[in-house]
Structures are given as structure tokens and as C-alpha cells.
Design a protein around this ligand. Structure first.
Ligand SMILES: Cc1cc2nc3c(=O)[nH]c(=O)nc-3n(C[C@H](O)[C@H](O)[C@H](O)COP(=O)(O)O)c2cc1C
Length: 363
């Protein structure tokens, strides 16, 4: 650890009615990179374990590729299975489910997660303006939307307060300059000198002055070690969300070839490619990203499940099927699939257990 930041004990993180021993949320990673094994192990080690729902049913026995309409049922059933498995691995840990607002089955997956015992729901890729209605029967389920800027957070808080008389239990603030996977084209990226620290301080100021409630703020993106965690605490965050670093763990649900590719990668491998959701995404370069960048005619463009509310793959035939690309990489075809990754890479030499990684973060 650098001398410039002095480690102090990490405080537990309260999210709604749940308290994690450590203020570390494991980032959701699709498709089935963060499934029950990873989420259960992180929850056991005192963090918040998170199951990614995007495409969760794709490689499940419930999905018949010849019948596209079976996809949404498969997603629901696969989520029930994964939640049960994660709970078996970690009976008392905090287990969350990540759902993209942009997916067609977002409301069904939110209801399913709540009914099947998830402790919290994290949303991304859109503002979850109606989320409280879906989980109204489950008051213990905490809600943690992801935001990229202060205006989105304000709009969300105001809408929830006026419609539902409730607020988010925590907010995840994405550092769009470093985060793995999709990122928002926000002022952090476009305004010189602007940073996630500015967003945190402006958001804290707004929440204190106008809302009068302490909502935990969790920074996500580029956090690799204890030094980075300390830096985020010093800019006023209450916790961190870490994705990429958990890929090179034994319990990560991806294929070993995917983990090894991450192990061997360095910063020069990071590229930004367009995604069918209409946002840029951060990934490791490979044959697939070369094809996307070149808009090559050999790029597989077939839509598998019609899963997103708005998808450039389906609507304009311009890009590729996100589910297929992410799943293919995670199942081990690391040249022909999409390998999401954050920028903070190349700092780990071997695959270790989640318990070892959490010990490294927290000691
Ligand atoms: C392989 C991979 C897949 C991801 N999939 C999702 C996802 O399905 N939903 C989501 O909200 N974020 C997703 N993310 C973002 C992570 O949840 C997390 O916010 C991010 O990885 C944090 O940045 P870091 O990777 O620099 O730690 C993904 C990131 C990666 C690296």
C-alpha cells in the first residue's frame, strides 16, 4: 500500500435492513460470470455477493434456442435456481441481484428476486422509476440503483419520494472513466478535470441539504486494491463496488480460459466498443472487438432472445447480440466473445480464492 493513504479499519456497510461486515459490493457480471458460486463466496466472506441476471437463462436447461419465447421463462427459473444455490452456499450472507432496467423482463425478475429471498436489488442501465411498486410486498428488500451523475440521482429520489414515499437504500455511483462493461457518456468523461469525487461531493451535498437523509454512496469502477478502497472512502464514499478483480477468483462462475485471459491482460488490451444497448462498453481486445470496431461483415448479428426494450442489434441490424457475445466469452470462447473488463487490470498474478481476495482488501 502507498504511504500517501493510511489504512484505517473498514466500517460495516448498512444497506436498508442489512449490514455487511465489509463495505465491499461485488459487481454483477454477465453472462453468468457472477452467478451463485461467486456471489455466495463473497457473501460468506463478509461482502455483498451479487448475481447478474442479464442472460442468466441462456445456457440453462430451461431455454430452448429453437423457441425464442422460452427465454424469459428460462431467465426466471434460472434466477430462482441461482438464488437458492447462493443461499445454500451462504445461509446468512448478504445476497443481491442485479437487474438491467433496459431488459424486457426487468419487473418480473425484480419480483422474482424479492420473492425468492434476495436481500437487495441493484439496478443499472436505466433509471428504475417504478421499481418500488414491483417489490411492494417485500419491505425488507433493499433497493440500490446505479447512477452516473447528480441529475439522475436527484430525479430518482424526487420521483420515489413523491410517488412512493421512499428513497433508495443506497446509490451506486459509477466512475465512467474506469468501470468495466457499459458506461454512461457523462460529464466525468467529457469535462476536463471532472471526476467521480466531484459527483460524490455534489451528491452528498444534495442529499444532506434537500433530502436530509444519509443514503450510503457506493463508488464503482477501477477499484483494484485496499489503496483504491481507502481513496474512495477519503472522497466520501461509504463503500465500493468491485467487478473485474473478482473475475480471477476460483469461485468466479466463468470458464477458466476467461479468467486466464484476464490474468494475462494489461492496460494496453483495454478497448471501448459500441454495444447494442446504445452505450459504449469497456472490454479486452480480441478478434470479436476487432470485428465490432471494423463493423465487419463476418460479425454474427443474429438476435437470440429479443431481450432488451431498445436494442440496436434487433432494430437496425447494426451491431451484435449482447447476450450471445458475453455468454460465448464467459463459456471460454475468448476470441469470438465479448470480454468486459475495467481499466484497473494487470495487477494480479494468480487465481486466488474469494476469501483470500477479501482478506487482501480488508486486512
Ligand atoms: C465482465 C463484466 C460484466 C458486467 N456485467 C454487468 C451487468 O450485468 N450488470 C451491471 O450492472 N454491471 C455489469 N458490469 C459492471 C460491474 O457490475 C461493476 O460495476 C464494474 O465491474 C466495476 O468496475 P471494475 O470492473 O473496474 O471493478 C460488468 C462488468 C464486467 C467486468
Amino acid at each position: 500500500m502507498s504511504n500517501s493513504v493510511i489504512a484505517s479499519p473498514l466500517h460495516p456497510l448498512r444497506i436498508g435492513k442489512h449490514i455487511a461486515r465489509y463495505p465491499i459490493v461485488q459487481g454483477a457480471m454477465a453472462v453468468r460470470v457472477s452467478g451463485a458460486n461467486l456471489a455466495g463466496a463473497v457473501a460468506n466472506a463478509g461482502g455483498v455477493g451479487v448475481i447478474a441476471t442479464l442472460g442468466i437463462g441462456l445456457d440453462s436447461p430451461y431455454f430452448d434456442r429453437r423457441k425464442r419465447q422460452s427465454f424469459f421463462t428460462a431467465n426466471k427459473l434460472a434466477l430462482i435456481d441461482e438464488l437458492a444455490k447462493a443461499r445454500y452456499i451462504s445461509p446468512d450472507g448478504i445476497i443481491g441481484v442485479n437487474i438491467l432496467v433496459a431488459t424486457k423482463d426487468y419487473s418480473v425478475l425484480a419480483q422474482t428476486a424479492a420473492a425468492e429471498g434476495a436481500n437487495l436489488i441493484i439496478t443499472a442501465a436505466g433509471l428504475p422509476l417504478s421499481l418500488p411498486t414491483y417489490i411492494a410486498d417485500y419491505p425488507d428488500v433493499a433497493l440500490m440503483p446505479t447512477v452516473a451523475n447528480v441529475d439522475d440521482a436527484k430525479y430518482l429520489c424526487q420521483t420515489w419520494q413523491s410517488r412512493y414515499h421512499r428513497l433508495p437504500d443506497a446509490l451506486i455511483v459509477e466512475n465512467c472513466q474506469m468501470i468495466g462493461g457499459h458506461f454512461s457518456q457523462c460529464e466525468q468523461a467529457n469535462t476536463p478535470g471532472f471526476s467521480v469525487a466531484t459527483v460524490i461531493s455534489q451528491l452528498r451535498e444534495y442529499l444532506t441539504t434537500h433530502i436530509g437523509v444519509m443514503i450510503p454512496l457506493i463508488v464503482s469502477g477501477g477499484i483494484c486494491d485496499r489503496h483504491d478502497i481507502e481513496k474512495m472512502m477519503q472522497i466520501g464514499a461509504n463503500g465500493v463496488q468491485i467487478g473485474t478483480r473478482f473475475i480471477t477468483t476460483q469461485e468466479c462462475d466463468a470458464d477458466i480460459r476467461y479468467k486466464v485471459r484476464h490474468l494475462q491482460a494489461n492496460i494496453t488490451d483495454i478497448v471501448t466498443v459500441p454495444s447494442p444497448v446504445g452505450k459504449p462498453s469497456r472490454a479486452l481486445s480480441n478478434l470479436f472487438t476487432e470485428k465490432v470496431t471494423a463493423n465487419a461483415s463476418t460479425l454474427e448479428r443474429r438476435c437470440i432472445a429479443n431481450c432488451l426494450e431498445v436494442c440496436l442489434c434487433r432494430d437496425k441490424g447494426k451491431t451484435y447480440c449482447l447476450l450471445q457475445a458475453l455468454s460465448q466469452a464467459a463459456r471460454g470462447d475468448i476470441e469470438n466473445g465479448l470480454i468486459f473488463s475495467g481499466t484497473n487490470i494487470g495487477k494480479t498474478e494468480q487465481i486466488i480464492s474469494v476469501a483470500e481476495l477479501m482478506a487482501e482488501f480488508t486486512r
